[in-house]
Design a protein around this ligand. Structure first.
Ligand code: AMP
Length: 189
């Protein structure tokens, strides 16, 4: 069975790097809803314009829109054949319910949701060290707070389904990846 994996992690947790390593190792398809929305915005599609305003405010794009987009993507043959690493979706328990239904419709299940855990103080220090213009201490605090608010119900949802694994995200890229791999392989065994 191809792997179906969800990854969660704060901004600055190293999630992007670990996603690249995971898809390389497991051969599954990386689906980042943030990337999909940013691409739609670049293209200037109707979705991109509507989503752009919400994204700027840190608000979520409505569940029905996201569920439609991801449902279409998950039905494509590359994912059916090779599996998926979902990054940025689900974001709400409603999206998680829908994901469960979509996978069930394909005769598939979610294998695991991994929370790549890096403490708030560490991600703040990492983001400040990157020195990006939009990474002011206030903006960082705001984004992290929003993430916390939005993600907490989702963590509970995965935990309730027995699907949650917490992986320590501190250490070198290789160390963190080794932990991720061990966690995923354990689940698959
Ligand atoms: P990300 O790159 O995952 O942080 O996503 C950037 C922005 O895109 C978020 O702040 C949301 O506005 C929007 N977004 C991405 N994924 C979702 C989702 N699953 N549900 C709702 N909004 C989303």
């Amino acid at each position: 069975m191809p792997l179906r994996l969800v990854i969660l992690g704060r901004q600055g947790s190293g999630k992007g790097t670990q996603c690249s390593l995971l898809v390389e190792h497991y051969g599954c398809v990386h689906v980042s809803t943030g990337d999909m929305l940013r691409a739609a915005r670049e293209e200037g599609t109707e979705l991109g314009r509507a989503a752009g305003e919400l994204m700027d405010r840190g608000d979520l794009v409505p569940d029905d829109v996201m569920i439609g987009i991801v449902g279409e993507r998950l039905a494509k043959p590359d994912i059916v054949e090779h599996g998926v690493l979902l990054d940025g979706f689900p974001r709400t328990p409603e999206q998680a319910d829908a994901l469960e239904d979509i996978l069930e419709g394909q005769g598939a299940v979610l294998d695991v949701a991994v929370n790549l855990d890096v403490p708030v103080d560490d991600v703040k220090a990492r983001m400040l060290a990157r020195g990006r213009e939009d990474d002011t201490p206030d903006a960082i605090d705001r984004r992290l707070r929003l993430y916390e608010e939005q993600t907490e119900p989702l963590i509970d949802w995965f935990e309730g389904r027995g699907l949650l694994e917490v992986v320590d995200g501190l250490g070198t890229e290789d160390e963190v990846f080794a932990r991720l791999q061990a966690t995923v392989d354990d689940r698959l065994a």
